[in-house]
Ligand binder design. Structure first.
Ligand code: NAP
Length: 293
C-alpha cells in the first residue's frame, strides 16, 4: 500500500522501517529534518507526504502534535482525498480524536485510532499490540499494515474507543508500578532484601506483567527510557482530563500524577517512568537493592 508515515520518534522510526520491510511504498516526514528510514521516500511537509497516499499513519507525541500535523499550516488536510484513511498511533485525547475525525469525515476520510502497547522493543521487533477504534471495513483494510508492525490487534469499537481503552490500560500500568515501587521502598526501609521480595511476588497472585518487565531494570538501577516518564505523565494527564469530561473520579491516579509532577521537577522527565521510584527512595532515605537505612 502507499503509506505516508509521520513522526519518526522512538516508536515511529521502527514502525515505518517495518512497513518498508513488508514491501509497502512508504514516504516519511518528521518535524525535525534529518531522520530517515532506509528504503522510504522523504517529504518536506506532512501535506507533501500525504499526497497520493492511501493511508496516512501518525505516531507523534500528543494531541497538539496530531492537530498540528493534520490541520496545521502545512498539514495533511490539504492533501486529503475521498477514501484516504488516517491511522493514529499516538496516544491522545479520545474527545479530540472524535472532533478530528468529524472534521476529516467531511472530505470522505475515515479516522482509525490505533494507539499501541509494546514499547520500543515491540516496535523494533514488529510485535506491538494495537488497540483500535474505527469502522470495521477500514480496520480490515489496514490489516496488512498492522501485521507488518504488530502481532495482535484489538478492535474496541468505533473511532476514539482505541484511545479510551489505551488510557484505561496506562492508568493500570502507572498504578501497578507505583504499588511495586512503594512496596520495594517500604520493604527496603524495613530491612527486607529486594530480590527476595521480587521472588515472592513472582510466586504469588501479586505477580504482574508490569513487575516482571520492570524488576530487572529496577534492580540494575537502569532508568534509561523504554517508555519515558514525560510520556507516561502526559498519558496520566490525558486520563485525568478524559475522566473529568466523563465526570469520573480517579483519586488514586490523581495522587500518582503528583508524583510524576515532582519527579519531573527533580529532572527525571527523560528517564524511564520507573525513575519515579527514586523520589520515594529520597523521601524514605533508602536505596532499593542497597542495605536498609
Ligand atoms: P518520541 O520519541 O518523543 O517522538 C515523538 C515524535 O513526535 C517525534 O517524531 C517528534 O518530532 C514528533 N512531534 C512532537 N511534537 C510535534 C509537533 N508539534 N508537530 C509534529 N511532530 C511532533 O515519542 P515516542 O516514544 O515515539 O511516542 C510517540 C507516541 O507513541 C506518543 O503518543 C506515546 O505516548 C506513544 N507510545 C509510546 C510508547 C513508548 O514506549 N515509547 C509506547 C506506546 C505508545 P521531533 O523529532 O521533531 O521532536
Amino acid at each position: 500500500m502507499r503509506v505516508a508515515f509521520l513522526g519518526l520518534g522512538i516508536m515511529g522510526q521502527a514502525m515505518a522501517t517495518n512497513l518498508v520491510k513488508a514491501g509497502h511504498e512508504v514516504t516519511v516526514w518528521n518535524r525535525t529534518p534529518g531522520k530517515l528510514v532506509d528504503g522510504a521516500g522523504v517529504a518536506p511537509t506532512p501535506a507533501a507526504a500525504a499526497q497520493g497516499a492511501e493511508v496516512v499513519w501518525m505516531c507523534v507525541s500528543d494531541t497538539d502534535a496530531v492537530q498540528e500535523v493534520i490541520f496545521g499550516r502545512e498539514g495533511v488536510e490539504a492533501s486529503l482525498s475521498e477514501g484516504t484513511i488516517i491511522a493514529d498511533s499516538s496516544t491522545i485525547s479520545p474527545s479530540a480524536t472524535l472532533k478530528f475525525a468529524e472534521r476529516v469525515a467531511a472530505k470522505g476520510v475515515a479516522w482509525v485510532d490505533a494507539p499501541m502497547t509494546g514499547s520500543k522493543i515491540g516496535a523494533r521487533d514488529g510485535t506491538l499490540v494495537f488497540i483500535v477504534g474505527g469502522p470495521e471495513d477500514k480496520v480490515e483494510r489496514l490489516k496488512p499494515l498492522f501485521a507488518a508492525m504488530g502481532k495482535k490487534i484489538f478492535r474496541m469499537g468505533e473511532t476514539s474507543k482505541g484511545q479510551a481503552t489505551k488510557l484505561a490500560m496506562n492508568l493500570q500500568i502507572a498504578m501497578i508500578f507505583e504499588g511495586f515501587a512503594e512496596a520495594l521502598t517500604l520493604a527496603t526501609k524495613l530491612g527486607v532484601d529486594s530480590q527476595q521480595l521480587i521472588s515472592l511476588i513472582e510466586a504469588t497472585m501479586v505477580r504482574s506483567g508490569v513487575v516482571e518487565y520492570k524488576a530487572p531494570f529496577v534492580l540494575q538501577r537502569d532508568f534509561t527510557p523504554n517508555f519515558p516518564l514525560r510520556l507516561m505523565h502526559k498519558d496520566i494527564r490525558l486520563t485525568l482530563e478524559a475522566a473529568k469530561e466523563a465526570r469520573v473520579k480517579l483519586p488514586g491516579l490523581e495522587t500518582v500524577e503528583e508524583i510524576y509532577a515532582m519527579a519531573t521537577e527533580d529532572g527525571h522527565k527523560d528517564l524511564d517512568y520507573a525513575a519515579t521510584l527514586t523520589l520515594l527512595e529520597k523521601w524514605a532515605g533508602v536505596q532499593v537493592k542497597g542495605k536498609a537505612a
